[in-house]
Ligand binder design. Structure first.
Ligand SMILES: [Zn+2]
Length: 387
């Protein structure tokens, strides 16, 4: 959470290290070299000032409170979405079961009719008192149980009756499963209601704080809100894609099979780490504009677009690309240079292929690559996947 503090600490440590490494050279270093070093450091700081760092610096207590409430809201919304998906799946299952039951019922009626005809035929030929037994029974089920008491059965009749009984049991099972699914739906719906209530109360809490914001804070808040909204939409879009093309064995978090999105950079070059959904959903690599960005693994491009406001200015991820690697993971590359994307949706890409260039479009204050790994649409810590 305390990114600002972390940054300061990292920065101070970096400065100390730079000074320590410079001690040996101190006598030899000219003032112009030192000035150059200083300007390099300044440049690095500027570049490190990526989307979240830049925004967090301007965060006031009130905005921090809102950010925390937003995290809660996101969790509620994700829970509600998941429950809704569960309901959708159950509804599909119920439709299938209903259809099954209808089909089985037709089969059952036909089997019963065939058996009744058989009974009449037997009665007319004067063999066995099946019909007497049927007439004295409480319905077919009772008859069947009585029928089984008779030891001498024609094989044909036994098979016929067994079929009727199997169909009846199948219908009953389907009906029980149907009832269970309906109960599950009711439970999910009541869980949604509970979450919805919590969501509403959190939104109210947040709105109360928002109404007290200064104009400057409000502007920043709107920007964050816009980013949050975009992130939610992207998450829903990617989650829907994952559901459409489910992967049975999602690859375990490991760098095996993945390369770095930037040549010559590894996880040790990360300039802003992953802080979870509400704060920072990926990792940043500060690096110069125009640096080629590579696909970390073979895959298919599922998103390649520029996020812009109606007035044409960049927002949120700016120019960004998402690749589905068909192993349960998707990777996201954001803030690319305007019009530098070289891939389009549905295009197959191979590992190492250049997909665009580093830039600072959207919610970003310096040139950097914002890189994410997503499973089922949700961001996970990308660090384990990076060499
Ligand atoms: Zn980032």
């Amino acid at each position: 959470m305390n990114i600002k503090k972390t940054f300061r600490i990292v920065f101070i440590i970096s400065l100390i290290m730079v000074f320590l490494s410079g001690i040996g050279l101190v006598n030899a270093a000219t003032s112009s070299e030192l000035r150059k070093q200083q300007s390099d450091i300044d440049k690095q700081i500027e570049e490190t000032n990526s989307e979240i760092a830049g925004v967090k610096d301007q965060m006031t207590d009130q905005l921090n409170q809102i950010s925390e409430l937003n995290a809660e809201i996101s969790t509620y919304q994700t829970d509600i979405d998941n429950l809704q998906n569960q309901i959708d799946t159950l509804t599909t299952q119920i439709d299938e079961k209903q259809k099954n039951i209808e089909e089985q019922q037709v089969k059952y009626d036909a089997q019963k009719e065939a058996f009744e005809k058989r009974l009449v035929a037997m009665y007319e030929s004067g063999s066995v008192s099946y019909l007497d037994m049927l007439l004295s029974s409480d319905g077919l089920a009772d008859f069947i149980s009585k029928y089984y008491l008779i030891s001498q059965l024609a094989e044909y009749d036994e098979e016929l009756l067994q079929n009727i009984e199997d169909t009846r049991k199948q219908i009953e099972n389907e009906k029980t499963e149907l009832e269970n699914a309906k109960n599950e739906i009711a439970a999910s719906q009541s869980a949604i209601q509970t979450k919805q209530n919590s969501l509403t109360s959190t939104v109210n809490q947040k709105n109360a704080i928002v109404s007290n914001l200064s104009a400057e804070e409000k502007e920043l808040q709107d920007k964050l809100e816009e980013f949050e909204q975009d992130k939610r939409e992207i998450q829903a879009e990617l989650a829907a894609l994952s559901r459409k093309n489910p992967v049975e064995d999602v690859v375990a978090p490991s760098a095996a099979g993945y390369i770095s999105p930037l040549a010559g950079k590894t996880k040790s070059n990360i300039t802003t780490g992953y802080y979870g959904y509400a704060n920072h959903t990926g990792v940043d690599f500060a690096c110069p504009a125009g640096t080629p960005i590579r696909a970390v693994k073979d895959g298919t491009v599922v998103i390649s677009k520029a996020l812009k406001r109606p007035d044409g200015t960049y927002k949120s991820y700016g120019e960004y690309v998402v690749i589905d690697h068909h192993d349960g993971t998707m990777t996201l590359y954001a803030h690319m240079t305007p019009n530098s994307r070289t891939v389009t949706v549905n295009q197959t890409v191979s590992q190492g292929q250049t997909i665009g260039l580093v830039g600072t479009t959207g919610n970003s204050t310096g040139n950097h690559l914002h890189f994410e790994v997503r499973i089922g649409g949700s961001p996970v810590n990308p660090t384990p996947y990076l060499p």
